[in-house]
Design a protein around this ligand. Structure first.
Ligand code: ADP
Ligand code: MG
Length: 496
């Protein structure tokens, strides 16, 4: 696996092995501060190592936690939430349905027109709005009123053809991508917030009730037929077009996974019959933790200063909200203790979350010989005006270390899920495809990350087995999936 794509680093040696590093450090003791900065990075790189043997331990730990979470409520950090989705879309769904996708930085409102058997998706329209940051930590009413108002705008702009027959309400699938303890397909209470949201009063309340109240206030005649999260929505959306989809992974602002479990293998479900004998499980894998993850001091500090300390440790190592922030923390240490940027520490570098993952990704992908993009990003974002080429190379290498660790750990998580589904080993003559629907801005836009994830999965599974595994990018599948689930759980189904 190409762990190091850009190897030339400050004073030319970080990745060149111990002997070279020693030589460099000696030279630097005489010549400047560069060696100390290299030492800081080397130590971090060492902590971040993820050899295959360690990743297999992570995967095994994931499988063990999955079993424990299915056995009893609270049996594991992994909540293994029963989604109440026991029938995935078949392709026969018909009619116009809506979806609302709230889960991170943006929310989307969608309308899909489903043609029924043999026809499929006729069209979809959507509007995307970014969530004003003050609503993420404000009041429940403020958040839901805002969402309902945007939904109201979307509906009011639609043409006559979408007018429903008298007495019929519009139906909505609500993708709410935070840990929710579901009590039915369209009820569930918020367990806790993640990804920078923090509205205490909503914890423990039914999110569908809150949305319904806000919609009524807006005069919107609409009902919520399905409450899902992005992983369950993506799985449903993926299955609609490919019957081999059995799991979904999200790598966006946060990270999570869902998969299809045998109902019998869910002891805490107490044998309640499921129509299909299956049940989609929302793992909430972001909260996974294991001693094999080997956290660095930077991860520990990031966690301690976060809105949710002690929680979502796996997510904080692999997802888009945090990768840039880890890079910033290492750079800050290099600036403070090794004067990496000169005698003063750039003030902007001290601001939490100042370096966002898309900017980190842009620097990591800089292919210009003089690393112009890195230079510009440092100038624009951190107000660091003069950097040498070797400094910029060091920064690219640091991005590579953080992205590589994240991608490799995410691959180990996927291996854990494949193991739980019994799809990690060859069975005689088995050519069964296992398709994982994947979505999220991190996976979609951070090419070095997604390439590394796929290479690592191949490294872990071996070439032969990997041939049967397909990672399918499902662009915005979570919204469509929620609309499909609203269709399959429509209250008017019996009437048709
Ligand atoms: P959400 O997870 O908020 O529902 P997305 O799936 O669109 O939304 O993911 C958005 C996240 O993806 C951003 O918060 C960011 O971390 C990451 N991201 C977006 N663009 C890029 C990029 N160009 N490079 C790396 N990461 C990106
Ligand atoms: Mg999303």
């Amino acid at each position: 696996m190409g762990r190091v794509t850009v190897v030339v680093v400050c004073c030319a040696a970080l990745a060149a092995g111990v002997a070279a590093a020693v030589v460099v450090c000696r030279r630097v003791k005489r010549g400047g501060k560069c060696g100390k900065a290299n030492g800081i990075m080397k130590e971090f790189e060492e902590k971040c190592r993820t050899p295959a043997a360690k990743l297999k331990q992570v995967a095994d730990a994931m499988t063990v936690e999955m079993h424990a979470g299915l056995a009893s409520e609270g049996g594991s950090k992994l909540k293994m939430i029963i989604s109440y989705v026991d029938n995935l879309p078949t392709g026969d769904e018909k009619g116009t349905y809506y979806a609302l996708d709230l889960g991170g930085t943006n929310f989307r409102v969608l309308r899909v027109h489903l043609g029924g058997k043999g026809v499929g998706l006729i069209n979809q329209e959507f509007a995307e709005v970014s969530i004003p940051p003050h609503l993420m930590t404000g009041t429940s009413d403020a958040l839901f009123d805002y969402i309902a108002a945007e939904l109201g705008k979307f509906v009011s702009q639609e043409s006559e053809e979408f007018k429903l027959s008298p007495g019929r309400q519009r139906e909505l699938g609500f993708t709410f991508s935070f840990p929710v303890m579901q009590t039915s397909i369209n009820t569930g209470t918020l367990v806790r917030w993640t990804k920078g949201f923090s509205i205490d009063e909503l914890v423990g309340r039914d999110v569908v009730e809150e949305l319904s109240r806000a919609m009524a206030k807006q005069g919107l005649d609409m009902s919520v037929s399905a409450l899902v999260n992005d992983t369950v929505g993506t799985l449903a959306g993926g299955r609609y077009t490919n019957k081999d989809v059995v799991a979904a992974v999200i790598l966006g602002t946060g990270s999570n996974a869902a998969y299809v479990e045998r109902a019998q293998a869910i002891p805490k479900w107490h044998g309640v019959p499921s129509k299909s004998g299956e049940m989609v499980i929302n793992m909430e894998w972001g909260d996974f933790r294991s001693s094999h993850l080997s956290l660095s001091e930077y991860d520990n500090a990031l966690d301690a200063e976060s809105l949710n300390p002690g929680e979502q440790i796996f997510e904080k190592m692999i997802s888009g909200m945090y990768l840039g922030e880890i890079v910033r923390r290492v750079l800050l240490r290099m600036a403070q203790e090794a004067a990496f940027f000169g005698d003063t520490v750039p003030p902007k570098l001290e601001v939490p979350f100042a370096l966002r993952t898309p900017d980190m990704s842009a620097m990591h992908h800089d292919t210009s010989s003089d690393l112009k993009v890195v230079e510009t990003k440092l100038k624009d974002i951190l107000e660091i005006s003069s950097t040498s080429l070797s400094m910029r190379k060091t920064i690219v290498e640091l991005c590579n270390i953080v992205a590589t660790r994240g991608a490799r750990l995410a691959a180990a998580g996927i291996l854990g899920v494949l193991k739980k589904m019994g799809r990690d080993a060859a069975k005689d003559g088995d050519k069964q495809k296992t398709v994982i629907a994947m979505d999220g801005g991190l996976y979609e836009h951070y090419a070095e990350y997604s390439k590394c994830l796929e290479n690592t999965l191949e490294e872990l599974l071996g070439e032969e087995l990997f041939k049967n595994i397909v990672i399918e990018h499902s662009n915005d599948g979570s919204g469509i999936g929620a609309a499909l689930l609203a269709a399959s759980h429509s209250k008017y189904l019996q009437d048709e």
